[in-house]
Each structure stands twice: as C-alpha cells, then as structure tokens.
Ligand binder design. Structure first.
Ligand SMILES: Cc1ncc(COP(=O)(O)O)c(C=O)c1O
Length: 402
C-alpha cells in the first residue's frame, strides 16, 4: 500500500506538534500558558447558543450544499454594510475558512501549478496547496523589514506561465501586517493584469488596530470580480472557532460551478452550526468595537514586554492577534521543547509556535516565534515574564555547555 505523493508533501501543523510534550508537562504538574494557537478566549455571543437551543426539527436533516439560505442572507447583509453587494450564488458556506481554502485550491490548481504567497504565512496553506498538487512560490520577507510584502516588483518577479493565483492574508497571520488601500489596489491590479486568481483570506478583517484602515476588504474593488476569491469565517470574528462555519465568496461563475461540485460531494455543512452562525451576524456594532479594543490592549502588553527582553526583534503588528518576533536563541523549536521539558518557574511555563514552519524558504525563521495574544491581560503578562526568564536561563545553560 502507498500513501499519496500529495499527502507526503504535507507537514504536521507547527501549532499542534508540541502537543505530546505539553501533555507530559501537564502530567508532571506544570501549568502552561498557551500562546501557540489562535483560539480566542473571548465569550462567543449568547445569540449563538440561543439559536442552537431553539432548534426544534424532529429530524436533523442535511442542509442545502451551497449553505443555509438564512446564513447566506445574513452574510449578504453583513457585506452590504461593508459596501460589497453580493448575490446569494456568490457565497458558498463551508466548514470553516479551512474548507473554503481547500476547496478553492482543489478548484483552481493542477499538479505543479503555482500560487504566490508572501512568507511567513499560515502553515496550513501548505497543506491546502499541496493537497491539490500545487506548488508555493514564496515571496520572502523577514523581521528586519517588518514582514512587509506589498512590493510590486518582487511580486511580479515571481509570476511564471504556471502561476494560477496570488494568495494573501489581510490582516496577516502570523505577522499582523495590514495592507493600506494603495497596496491592496496594487496587488489587485497585478492579479487583473496577469489573469490570476486573487485569494484573499480576510478572516481577521475586523482586527485592524489603526482605525484609519477601517474594515478592509478587497471585495470593494468591483473591477476584479472575476479574479477575486474571499475566504471568510465566523471563527475569529465572533470568537466561535468550534462552530466550524466559514464561506468562500466569488463572483467568477466558472469558479462558482467548480466549487459547488466539491460542496455537493461533501453534501452539506452542519445544520445547527449554520443556524447559530446566522444568529452571530445579528450582534450589534459594539461587539466588534469591544473585541477589537480588547485585542489592541493585549497587543500593546505583549509588544511592550517583548521590547524589554534583550535581543528580541519585534515590530508592532497592526492587525489580527499575532505577533512574530525574533528571539536571541539558536533554534526556537529546540527552545520550545526545552521550555516544556526542562524549564519551569513556580511550576509554570509557556508555549508559542516556532517560526520555521511559517516559511517555505529553507533555513528561514529558525530563531523566530509566533505569539498569539489570545489570553487575558494578566495571563499575557505572566506568559511574557516566563518567556523572558526562559530565554535568560536557556542562554545561560548554553553558554555553560560551550
Ligand atoms: C489566516 C487563517 N485563515 C483561515 C483560518 C481557518 O480558520 P477556520 O477554519 O476556523 O475558519 C485560520 C485559522 O487560524 C487562519 O489563521
């Protein structure tokens, strides 16, 4: 028996690969501050649970393959408020943004065709692209340039006859980079001029900490309707990761038909979760404001504390709820394992995501980490304290060994 080449080209998730070590550390009685996974801790709005409790159909039936009409309508109204007019057919409901990404890759890629993605990027993109047989052409950025990737020449240089798409995350995970209006326009123009799909993962849209950016979406550029694919989700916006509800949005009719075939083959997304998700879109505007303010405060705490650790290179992220930082350690993967196996301070330690798997280019990101600021302020402060102490002790141990 043989495992497929595509499966063998995929990697385990860097956010979850330390789980067995974390279990052992827990068993040994250590408390772990988890900054490794983008799992928001804010309460899911109660309207979700109310809607789920009110479900009273005698049979839990399949929903329609493109999604529950009630949810599609709720998403249309939400986009209309952002200034984006959508038809119901433009929206296909998926099991999270994750399935939206996978189905998009399956719909547009053939073996050895290429997707341009600025690195560091969300590592599961590798799995989605590789599952479809595609190849990632990474646009390299690093900590010293604040991970800014909106450079016309550098993007255009990566386009070949095999390029099918440009894929970006705005606001960015893991970097927190947010594109301004002219950068969004420039990338849209490149996609249009070169007849490429522009896959815009906008699941962190509401989390932009410079209010001048508003709530960014490529959806407002009407002239790229044929190129644009928006990836969206309720996971981060409404602190509802467990609902597993997202969507893929495109006005490209051919792509809609391709996506629909995949949607039909997996029959439907969970009925009750779609009902709950539709209710989430009824939250008042104040919910968005409060969530953003909370994450902005958390970002400030983390960046402020990181800047005080000698040798750390960090730039203030402008969006999402992650910060990428370069640490004064030889290898952040090794350091993370050491933090779980050998380090503790008053019975506590900390977890983050090591940087290398966020890069396609070999040798990149080895001393970098991604920190998800998804804990309340006092826990973040303690976690940063543990990180500072851990770095100091790790370096001292290494120097003694030399
Ligand atoms: C950039 C990005 N896109 C998509 C997803 C997928 O999220 P979900 O499948 O929960 O919607 C995530 C989750 O962390 C993400 O960070």
């Amino acid at each position: 028996m043989k495992i497929s080449i595509n499966a063998n080209r995929c990697e385990p998730s860097p956010m979850r690969k330390f789980h067995p070590f974390a279990v052992k550390a827990n068993e040994a009685g250590k408390k772990i501050y988890h900054l490794n996974i983008g799992q928001p801790d804010l309460e899911t709005p109660d309207v979700y649970y109310q809607a789920v409790r009110q479900f009273n159909q005698a049979t839990l039936a399949y929903e329609a393959s493109p999604g529950m009409p009630l949810l599609i309508e709720a998403i249309r109204s939400y986009y209309a408020r952002l200034g984006v007019e959508l038809d119901p057919d433009d929206i296909l409901i998926t099991t999270g943004g994750s399935e939206a990404l996978l189905l998009t890759c399956l719909s547009i890629l053939d073996p050895y065709t290429e997707v341009i993605i600025p690195e560091p990027y969300y590592p599961n993109y590798t799995t989605f692209v590789h599952a479809a047989g595609g190849v990632i052409r990474a646009l390299h950025t690093g900590p010293e340039e604040g991970y800014h990737y909106a450079n016309k020449k550098r993007i255009e240089k990566l386009i070949t006859k095999n390029t099918r798409a440009i894929m970006i995350t705005n606001p960015g995970n893991p970097t927190g980079v947010v594109l301004d209006e002219s950068e969004m326009r420039m990338i849209a123009d490149i996609a249009k001029k070169n007849d490429l799909f522009l896959i815009c993962d906008e699941v962190y849209r509401e989390f932009c900490y410079d209010d001048a950016y508003g709530v960014p979406t490529m959806g407002r550029f009407k002239d790229i309707d044929d190129n644009l694919v928006i990836i969206d989700s309720v996971s981060k916006r409404f602190s509802a990761c467990g609902a597993r509800v997202g969507c893929v949005i495109t006005k490209n009719k051919e792509l809609q038909q391709a996506l629909l075939k995949f949607c039909q083959s997996r029959l439907a997304v969970a009925t009750i979760d779609q009902l709950g998700a539709a209710a989430l879109y009824q939250v008042d505007q104040d919910f968005y404001r409060r969530s953003k303010e909370e994450y902005r405060r958390r970002r400030d705490v983390v960046v402020d504390r990181l800047r005080k650790i000698p040798g750390v290179v960090v730039e203030e992220p402008m969006g999402a709820f992650y910060v990428m930082a370069s640490l004064p350690v030889d290898d952040s993967d090794k350091f993370q394992r050491w933090l779980l196996e050998e380090f503790e301070d008053a019975g506590e330690t900390v977890m983050f995501a090591p940087g290398a798997p966020f890069y396609e280019t070999p040798g990149s990101g080895i001393s970098e980490v991604r920190i998800a600021y998804v804990l309340k302020q006092e826990d973040l402060e303690r976690a940063m304290d543990l990180l500072a102490k851990g770095i100091a002790r790790y370096r001292a141990e290494q120097m003694n060994e030399e």
